[in-house]
Design a protein around this ligand. Structure first.
Ligand code: SAH
Length: 212
């Protein structure tokens, strides 16, 4: 995500009733922010939040939480949600590193990773959101039998992620290296990056896995 400095973004995010900037204060209590207690699905690195806004409208029986590190990006999702006022969507400014401080054990039923930063250099492998370091964090917040869905246009990152989840003992339920021309395309909601990369001719890879 190209970062622009947006003056006042941090203040605007902090002032929104749909945004949480101190997520550790909500640990174990996320349901209280929603209109009704329902399964929580979390997108990590949601960018401008188009995917979640669409998912939240399509699936009113799910409570969606979007997590994004940078307020300059998050502000776009917050502005959109201020317009839409969806009862089942909350946005958090936080780093995925701190996930176990922000969510209680089993509080999350599904995690989405969409077009996560590839960190192509070997020495940065630990920063990839599908590395064992992050899978350990997901283990701490995801319910047993919970699902992780991952999409990327980056084949090396996809292969790395397949190995990583296998080594971690998670079960691969579905995988494709050409999502838009596969059976997995049904019900697919495109993200901003997915629109951009598929218009440029890139194939989209998708992986669905279950934690034990
Ligand atoms: N999911 C969106 C954006 C993909 S770009 C889409 O598919 O269109 C990846 C996003 O992840 C960026 O906005 C980046 O700021 C965010 N991100 C990267 N590492 C993160 C981390 N550790 N915690 C939270 N967000 C992160």
């Amino acid at each position: 995500m190209r970062l622009k400095n947006i003056p006042g973004a941090g203040e605007k995010v902090a002032a929104s009733r749909f945004a949480v900037t101190e997520p550790e204060t909500m640990r174990g209590k996320w349901q209280t922010l929603f209109a009704a207690p329902q399964p929580i699905h979390l997108e990590i690195g949601m960018g401008k939040g188009h995917f979640l806004a669409e998912m939240a409208q399509l699936h009113p029986k799910i409570n969606y939480i979007g997590l994004e590190k940078y307020s300059s990006v998050l502000i776009r999702a917050v502005e959109k949600q201020e317009e839409l006022q969806l009862p089942n969507l909350i946005l958090i400014q936080a780093d995925a590193e701190g996930l176990p401080d922000d969510f209680a054990e089993g509080e999350v039923e599904r995690i989405y990773l969409n077009f996560s930063d590839p960190w192509p250099k070997d020495r940065h492998a630990k920063r990839r959101l599908t590395s064992s370091r992050f899978l350990e964090r997901y283990d701490q917040v995801l319910v047993h039998g919970g699902i992780l869905e991952f999409k990327t246009d980056n084949l090396p990152l996809f292969e790395f992620s397949l190995d990583s989840v296998r080594e971690h003992g998670w079960e691969i339920l579905e995988e494709t290296r050409d999502l838009h021309h596969s059976a997995m395309a049904e019900g697919n909601v495109m993200t901003e990056y997915e629109e951009k990369f598929s218009k440029l001719g890139s194939k989209i890879c998708k992986l669905v896995v279950r934690r034990p």
